[in-house]
Design a protein around this ligand. Sequence first.
Ligand SMILES: [Zn+2]
Length: 447
Amino acid sequence: MPAGLTHRVLVLVSLLGFLWTVPELVSVRPASPTMEAQMFSLALKKGPTARQLQQKEHALSVVRKVAESRWSNHDVEVIPFGSSVTGLGEGSSDVDVVLFFPNGGPPPLEALRGLKQKLERQPDTKVLQSLLREKMKIPLLRLLIQGVQCDLTCQNVLPVFNTVLLRGYGSLCPKLNVLAIVIKRWAKKCRIGEVQNGFISSYTWTLMMIYYLQVCHGLPSLHVLSPHQALHRTPKNKTFAFGFLSTENRQKVRTPLNDLLRGFYEFYSEHFDWEYEVVSVRLGRRLSCKDSEFRLLPRKHLKAPRKKPKGPGIPLKTEGYPNILKVEDPIEISRNLNFALIPRTCDKIRSSIAAAFKSFQGPEEALLGDLTGLKRLKGTSERPQIRRFLRHRLPPGRSATAIVKNATDGGAVGCLECFRWMPNLDALEQHFLVTNHSGILEKVSGI
Ligand SMILES: [Zn+2]
């Protein structure tokens, strides 16, 4: 079939909504206990430990104590988020923390400036960096508390949703905790895991792994399971899907870890449609970017840089780059996580995935060491209970759980900082005056 015709058929089929079926992944080799042992070894070596958990809890308690003494007349909460809470990362990762005034407090910049002075007087606490200029979109204090790096922001509560969601997936399928460590290490070794360098974040790699488990191994979408399907948006058209199920029920994925890893590379190398498909953990099924579900997903990054005109008077042309990766943020669904990619970096991601898949066809002894850059990686004789990888996660805390729950109770208008809902805009304005909160959320109808 000519390429143009194939293209048109694909568009037609995608519009009909059944573009892809679940691929039957071809096993290049039978399951290897050696490879699985190596994966456990890596996860045991790099995954979070009881000692690291204790150190992180201590760091949190220092920030909490200082904040409570600084604002004794306010309710102030210290909420951790990020991979220390999801458990889907290495134990040495930083702790992201948000200082949260649920019933109102000083503006974020003022709050962090006040806290900085107090923290500097604490023993074993160092302020590594303070990004507290007026212009900063999200003011930040980078601290080192007894060897633990904490990135502290204020009232920046949205990442708590992504954290609770990913933690839910880790609880649902504990194998994800091991897979996430391996994938992130591999992406780091290939230098394709950092947004600053024009690639995608480790958060995006985790979403790609979850999506693969959803479409190839029956992992459900926690959004689809939720009874709360309403969407909310800000006046700047950022749109959010806050409704997802926080589940602790296990989903048995019986496939061995090493086959899951190989399947991940095989899926993105052989089956994933880079031109049309969107990695959507929210939907958990294979749909084209032309589907109405993705009406809000930004498309501007589908264009390659402008080409120089060949002669005077010829307008600048943009050349399409349809094969760029598309990844929907499952909470802020109007955000495409491909924002830092350009054709060259996207091609590097594809070729790295293809090379990883191909490497499974070679001798396997040192394969994981080759993939992750950890040479001489020896398998462990210990076959740990997979659930042990859930044990050393920081709990998100009651405030985070309450915020996530509040957001799904949604009314007409809400506050983007505390997710309380008001009957009308006048009541919300009053709430902003009293609390110093800001940011309007409106329920979206007819999307
Ligand atoms: Zn509020």
